[in-house]
Write a protein that binds this ligand. Structure first.
Ligand code: GLU
Length: 439
């Protein structure tokens, strides 16, 4: 049984990079008919906020990335304490007393001597007496004792991976102030929830090495891992600089279609091309994690906007019915309205103006040189209700009466009815124009 999870920390809004992680895990679970867990990594009480938990849920709901179960790390401290005791019993954790400043000094010295800044395990050399003495004035932090050997796994994206444990500091599991860190909590959760696949960003590769040893120390087998490349802006710059414009909430406010965002992110950086899809099923079916590459992946908001417009134009009316209803389009008008204006939109929000125009009519736009022509044309309008033939009947009649043709015929008539130069196919639009025609 495949079990995957998305494990955001509720310390900010989700951005496209987080979405990549969420989506890959979701696709793995859904493709295998497995379980997808939303895990809130809120062990840091200072930085975690309920409003961000709410925002995470709202974003996933908006995207249709449903989860089967939700867990919160802040409710599981007892379980983490138990696991810590287990590690203590196996002598796989040890107390350290260095202050952050002392650790920083050590690192600087090592770097100055051209050595990697790996924690030197000085705390292991302390005598019991020294330890007791330090304990009088300081709270210890707890480190996991790595076994100095090569840690290997077959990464589902990056292929065979090898981390030399001796090149990594023993990870801190609990800080001196008692705060339990993500490293242990995550392993305990992944073990307890039966997680079979973990997809996360390439910035976690070293972390994975240490976590694999923690899984082993707890006597459980590690899940399969995949580390996707990080996203950059269109010019290759770090995405973090632009996060303000790339939160999922911003993309939503900018009118990006949720399905378009998914189909874009589910293929970006893979060997497969980005295609317009009309539902989640097509995404799941075509997903193959092994097609993703190692190189940083460029994310271009403009490409996304184009893809979003293309997606919008092929969405069936059912996919937009709720949102059309919110704009006040009555149920029975939705299908013809969507058929007429859908193919013309870049963003769904633009439909609202078209609906107002249909319902209320609009001020016509009549160029001075067309005034006489329009005056002659309007009395030739067929009687309402207008149907699919009305536009051709009218334009034929006007053509016969005035001798105009082509753009000189059609443009002023479009302007007279819609007040605009461009827009949907007039034959499809005309039956929807319920408001009065002004002159
Ligand atoms: N909360 C961690 C993060 O957001 C989760 C990483 C993981 O998937 O294990 O980076």
């Amino acid at each position: 049984m495949t079990v995957a999870r998305f494990a955001p920390s509720p310390t900010g809004l989700l951005h496209v990079g987080n979405l990549r992680t969420a989506l890959m895990n979701w696709l793995i679970a859904r493709k295998a008919g497995g379980t997808f867990i939303l895990r809130i990594d809120d062990t840091d009480p200072e930085r975690s906020e309920q409003r961000f938990v709410d925002a995470i849920r709202r974003d996933l709901d908006w995207l249709g990335l449903g989860w089967d179960r939700e867990e919160r790390q802040s409710t599981r401290f007892d379980r983490y304490a138990e696991a810590t005791e287990q590690l203590r019993g196996n002598s796989r954790v040890y107390d350290c007393f260095e202050t952050p400043l002392e650790l920083d000094l050590k690192r600087k010295k090592q770097l100055a001597m051209g050595r990697p800044p790996v924690y030197d395990r000085a705390a292991l050399m302390l005598t019991n007496a020294e330890r007791d003495h330090l304990r009088e004035t300081r709270n210890p932090h707890l480190r996991f004792l790595l076994e100095h050997q090569a840690i290997q796994w077959d990464d589902l994206i990056r292929g065979p991976q090898r981390v030399d444990a001796a090149s990594v500091s023993d990870p801190v599991l609990i800080k001196a102030d008692g705060q339990l860190l993500y490293t242990l909590a995550s392993v305990v959760d992944d073990a307890d929830f039966g997680i079979t696949h973990v997809v996360r960003g390439a910035d976690h590769v070293t972390n994975t090495g240490a976590q694999i040893q923690i899984f082993e120390a707890l006597g459980v087998s590690a899940p399969a891992f995949a580390h996707h490349s990080l996203l950059t802006g269109p010019g290759g710059e770090a995405l973090s600089k632009r996060l303000g414009t790339l939160s999922l909430a911003d993309l939503r406010d900018n009118g990006v279609e949720p399905l378009a965002l998914l189909s874009f992110m589910a293929r970006l950086g893979s060997g497969q091309s980005i295609e317009v899809v009309a539902d989640h099923g097509a995404l799941i079916e075509g997903f193959d994690i092994s097609t993703f590459g190692l190189a940083p992946t460029r994310f271009d908001p403009e490409e996304l906007a184009l893809h979003s417009a293309k997606t919008l134009r092929v969405l069936p009316v059912e996919a937009v019915a709720d949102r059309l209803a919110e704009m006040g389009v009555p149920t029975d008008a939705q299908a013809p309205f969507w058929a007429a204006i859908g193919p013309n939109l870049d963003r769904l929000a633009e439909a609202a103006d078209w609906w107002t125009l249909c319902r209320d009519g609009t001020a016509p736009f009549i160029a001075p040189e067309d005034a006489e022509f329009v005056n002659e044309a309007l009395p030739l309008l067929p009687p309402k209700p207008w149907g699919p033939e009305s536009w051709s009947e009218w334009t034929k009649a006007v053509k016969t009466a005035t001798g105009r043709k082509g753009r000189g015929l059609f443009l002023p008539l479009r302007r007279a009815l819609t007040g605009r130069d461009t827009g949907p196919d007039m034959a499809a639009l005309m039956p929807l124009l319920l408001g009065p025609v002004s002159r």
